[in-house]
Design a protein around this ligand. Sequence first.
Ligand code: ADP
Ligand code: GN1
Ligand code: MG
Length: 367
Amino acid sequence: MDKDFEIIVRELADHFKIKGEIVSCEPYGNGHINSTFVLVCIDETGKRRRYILQKINKSVFKSPEEVMENIVRVTAFLKSNPASLKTLSVIFNKDNLSYYKTSEGDYWRIYKFVESSICLDLPETEEDFYQSAFAFGRFQRDLNEFPADTLHETIPDFHNTPKRYETFLKAVREDRCGRAASVADEIKFFTDRADFYSVLLDSCKLGLLPLRVSHNDTKINNSMLHEDTRTALCVIDLDTIMPGFSVTDFGDAIRFGASTAAEDEKDLSKVNLDMNMFKIYAKGFLDGCGGQLLDSEIMLLPEGAKMMTIECGMRFLTDYLEGDTYFRTHYEGHNLDRCHTQMKLVSDMEANWDEMKATVKEHCKNK
Ligand code: ADP
Ligand code: GN1
Ligand code: MG
């Protein structure tokens, strides 16, 4: 550990009720938003205890207190029902708060490390993808009785695609970095599809899509599988739990995991929607939901997939136009590469639309 960082870590550890002597603290995982570290301690019996130490990204989450309040309430609810899937364990600090605010105004939190687990950035097998789908479906089901409207909206209008589109158009107009002219084709791709963006909100108004507790960030690396059995173990990254739609939880996972390549693959010939994976995820998610979704919701799963993919592509392009200030990037043009993969996937979804719709229709029939 670097000396300055070690001082910070020791100070933080001192504020929380964690057991043992600190052995190490290293950056961990591949998240785009928070700063995540694995903190390893040895307790008085010689047992190794691991924790996840995270600095909450406060430019993304304007009210970290509200983020933590949601997480504490939802995890307590899940823990109160032994039938629920395992959930995160928040470690409280010595003042019984779920976070510690430093004198610089940074918010840190600690979770117990979910042991005996694997966390995949891409599914290695079809079964991995099924199990991640099952975990997120179960999460929906386990939270069915939780009053969604009592949760804080930790990022207002997070999956409000028409609002995201307005923000995108504003970034194009302002063109702060002088990049708009070089991405005219990409901009056209998103303006051409403007009629689609209100489909989910309109369906909600019509009563076809109920507001539920949703996770809102269902990439496979936000779920954990058992190390040995590789079955669904736990859903993590609970920062964006808010009132939302089941179909966007489904959709975000499809855009990420049913792609044949990484989110930032440069060679677009490698990026395709894998229809087999789409079908597997639909089965896993609906099995996890345990018959709780309405037929009208199931029928909108393809719209959820296309919406999340377009929205994410638009967000990457917006960030590129605004100078890469939101998503963590590793090189110039990283957000643009990410935008291209999302565009390719949207085109593939459009080409496979009838098959996507037929797949979910079968699930309605077989309920
Ligand atoms: P971000 O919002 O930046 O994606 P996450 O909360 O998803 O942050 O954490 C980043 C990564 O850290 C996860 O993808 C996972 O690999 C790992 N991780 C997070 N929480 C835990 C935990 N409690 N136990 C083990 N690994 C974890
Ligand atoms: C971010 O935090 P992480 O890396 O799991 C983002 C998601 C995007 C995703 C794209 C809070 O997810 O909305 O879909 O990157 N999370 C937030 O990879 O904006
Ligand atoms: Mg994450």
